[in-house]
Design a protein around this ligand. Structure first.
Ligand code: PLP
Length: 343
């Protein structure tokens, strides 16, 4: 069989910028953003802040940096963050909570990577010299480790209310917030009202080569600029990159629906594939398959022999993520290659 077409589902960060996106980047107005003078960066920050009804934005090289800046904004040494035990900020940011902010973490469990107000309430530390002061709650939407699961506004409202009552800050790791919004039909500005800061990635499903934006109040973003400087994230003629972000917001948001449809189709095909025990519910563009009678390594080897690429994701799991460069042609090839696989 012809396996020439590479099917790369390891991540939605693998997308390459399209010709149209590259042309926009070439034609961007530029200046030195460390002086605040790159017009294209300023437009991107204002456009995204406007969409979410937040006062200001800060363009950064990565979602790790926007999250780490937010954590530094909302904590001090000896304070504590509450988040799900599978959060990106805890698992996949190189221990940055500790090294950048000298803060402690209280990890919660919860179905599909989600936490609720009641569970949070129970682990907020009382005022006591023995205990780190709780200052921040961080949510992730969509939740990567939860299989791209989605919070709804109705789930977030009680958490917002609790944070208000108890004086805690609330941060959203919205690396894939547009996947969540496209799936629920909720509006960005309704989400902006719920959080003190939101981190949005442009380099995932939106198809940009680089970039994330942190959103928040004018005062917080002023401090965030200084933190970004100290983390080494001040970029100069960054408008070339910001232009890709503007292009993506204008052209690549609503098409995320296609990625979600293809993820659902992938799940149906995988369900019939040898060694697949079950698939986590697919809400957006992430498909997590639970395996039986095979190691993830051997399963991935079987896939790569068919020129299909995925990643190991926990002890008995593999993850596939759909994205702009996974088309219907790739989906058809995926199906025909797996159909022939007999145990
Ligand atoms: C990808 C991702 C980030 C940020 O990653 P970068 O590679 O640093 O841009 C943050 N949170 C989640 C949930 C992610 O999936």
């Amino acid at each position: 069989m012809d396996n020439k077409l590479r099917i790369d589902l390891r991540s939605d960060t693998l997308t390459l910028p399209t010709q149209a996106m590259k042309e926009t980047m070439l034609n961007a107005g530029l200046g030195d953003d460390v002086f605040g003078e790159d017009p294209t960066v300023n437009i991107l920050e204002e456009q995204l802040a406007g969409m979410f009804g937040m006062e200001a934005g800060l363009f950064c090289p990565s979602g790790t940096m926007t999250n780490q800046i937010a954590i530094k904004l909302h904590t001090r040494p000896q304070t504590e963050i509450i988040c799900h035990k599978s959060s990106h900020i805890y698992l996949y940011e190189g221990g940055g909570i500790m090294s950048n902010s000298l803060a402690s973490v209280k990890l919660l469990d919860g179905n599909f990577g989600k936490i609720d107000a009641e569970a949070i309430r129970q682990v907020i530390n009382p005022d006591d010299d023995h205990l780190p002061e709780t200052t921040l709650v961080s949510l992730e939407n969509t939740m990567n480790k939860g299989g791209g699961s989605v919070y709804t506004l109705d789930e977030v409202r009680p958490i917002r209310q609790l944070c208000k009552e108890t004086g805690l800050k609330l941060h959203l790791d919205g690396a894939r917030i547009f996947n969540a919004l496209v799936s629920t039909g909720e509006r960005p500005f309704e989400w902006g009202k719920m959080f003190d800061t939101i981190s949005v990635c442009l380099s995932k499903g939106l198809g940009c080569p680089v970039g994330s934006v942190l959103l928040g109040s004018q005062a917080d973003m002023k401090r965030a600029r200084k933190i970004r400087k100290a983390l080494g994230g001040g970029m100069r003629q960054a408008g070339m990159l910001a232009a890709a972000g503007i292009y993506a917001l204008d052209n690549n948001v609503f098409r995320l629906e296609d990625d979600h449809e293809r993820a659902k189709a992938l799940a149906v095909i995988l369900q019939q594939t040898p060694f697949v025990k079950e698939i986590l519910p697919v809400s957006t563009n992430i498909v997590i398959a639970e395996l039986e009678q095979i190691s993830p390594e051997s399963f991935l080897e079987e896939l790569t022999e068919r020129n299909i690429w995925a990643v190991k994701f926990g002890k008995d799991q593999v993850r596939m993520v759909t994205h702009m460069d996974f088309t219907d042609q790739h989906l058809e090839a995926f199906e025909s290659r797996l159909k022939l696989w007999k145990k």
